[in-house]
Design a binder for this molecule. Sequence first.
Ligand code: SGN
Ligand code: CA
Length: 531
Amino acid sequence: MESLNESRRTFIKRYGLGAAGFSLLGPAILRSGARDRPNILYIMSDDHARQAMSCYGSRLLSTPNIDRIAQEGVRFNQSFCTNSICAPSRATILTGTYSHVNGQIDNALTFDGGQVTFPKLLRQAGYQTALVGKWHLKSDPTGFDYWNVLPGQGQYYNPDFIDMGKRSRVTGYATDLITDLALNWLQRSKKQRPFCLLLHHKAPHRNWLPGPKHLTLFNDVEFPLPETFFDDYESRQAARLQEMRIADHLRMASDCKLPPLPGRQEETAAERNDRLSWEADYGRMNDEQRKAWDAAYGPMIEEFRRTNPTGEELAKWKFQRYMQDYLRCIVSVDENVGRVLDYLDSEKLSGNTVVIYASDQGFYLGEHGWYDKRFMYEESLAFPLLVRFPAEIKPHVNTKDLVLNLDLAPTFLDYAGVSIPGTMQGESLREVCQQVTPGSWRQAMYYHYYEYPAVHQVKRHYGIRTHRYKLIHFYYDIDAWELFDLERDPHELHNVYGDPSYAPVVRELDAELHRLRKLYSDTDETRFLPR
Ligand code: SGN
Ligand code: CA
């Protein structure tokens, strides 16, 4: 006679549900059938700005594969992150909570993996879950059947991977290797159960090492300087005090790939660090990779030494070098996204898979003279967000709804039919993706950045952005308020906080800022200050 346990095992075999999924979801799953639940493929790159995606109107390069997701799904135009830096954004995406709630306020801290995250909940509900690529949260990933991640920031060439706790070096280029891991896992996964795969690229993170295939791409291209490249930061104190200017802070060796001549005697400490950092990258390459690299970059180095630009010319030269390498890294990401989309097509999985393309934050491509992120200004506040799910989403562009990285966890749970914990602070985007904006949808978003003092010296700040305005308060060793009228001043060059004609706007936004700080329980400005 078949015991209860046996019939349960037969059920699990047939429908592929884990024990936790069975007990949590019980009969509901039995009725709807596990196989009806969509797969989730979340592709996230690191520091990929919307200005470098052709589907967002970029003229810098073409990203045909990423664009496919946009053309076949929804492209969000007002997608913002709540703390524009890597580890905090990742923690927010996993937990659906703000940094002050999940504890990951900056890159220096270690993520508390004991928290509720969407991968854990999906796994409990019977999903097969996997994570490959950049992780950056220091603690071992939790909630995944399979994980294989880069340690820390990871390396572009012949990177180390930590495969479920075991570390080893793998030959190849990070973007290709991470995609290989994803495809291998998809091939191994069980056909009867839905999957949730987090495919996290390291690229195009600094210091932008292009892969062997793209070393000479864009060699003959002159990229246009952004309008605000020579910003003087007038009326914006914190913007003046940062250290992320292409002209002054981009390093010659490790960023521009122009190492000093061997045997040079004098060297400042900064130059030494730069040289060592470049030597470490170059030293990781094997002979074949190094040969290809030298052949591609040799002429650029020679040309520089011959012309030896200085001052404004040097700043412009650095911008071109930055763009070439940053965009080369993205072309590799795009091609590898194409490999994954092709795989879904060939396995007939595209129809029932929610495919998301996003980045952990935005990035500056020379706007305000900068690289990097952190500021609540548009280029780094906004992140690219594309969602494709043919079963539900008609192709369109969403220009009207303010959506956040905070919303991703609830969205994934909603698609999977798993109830969204009340502790999550974001909202499901499922209806919004179907062009239905819930009546109560947010009209303002709240932001808080903490990592200061630290690299790039961007002051601590919090603020809100509405459809038209942005109010920011920089605090700690500064007390500066900024207000921007995005309709009249889309590049955020004119702080109108002190302008009497904006006094009513300031009052209104200030009240909304207080309301949101209270709503999200982030009212204590001193809580995370350095001791
Ligand atoms: C590194 C980079 C910084 C960058 C941080 C955080 N320097 O420190 O430019 O801001 O990472 O980036 S580098 O010399 O290592 O390239 S984040 O995306 O991980 O938050
Ligand atoms: Ca990042």
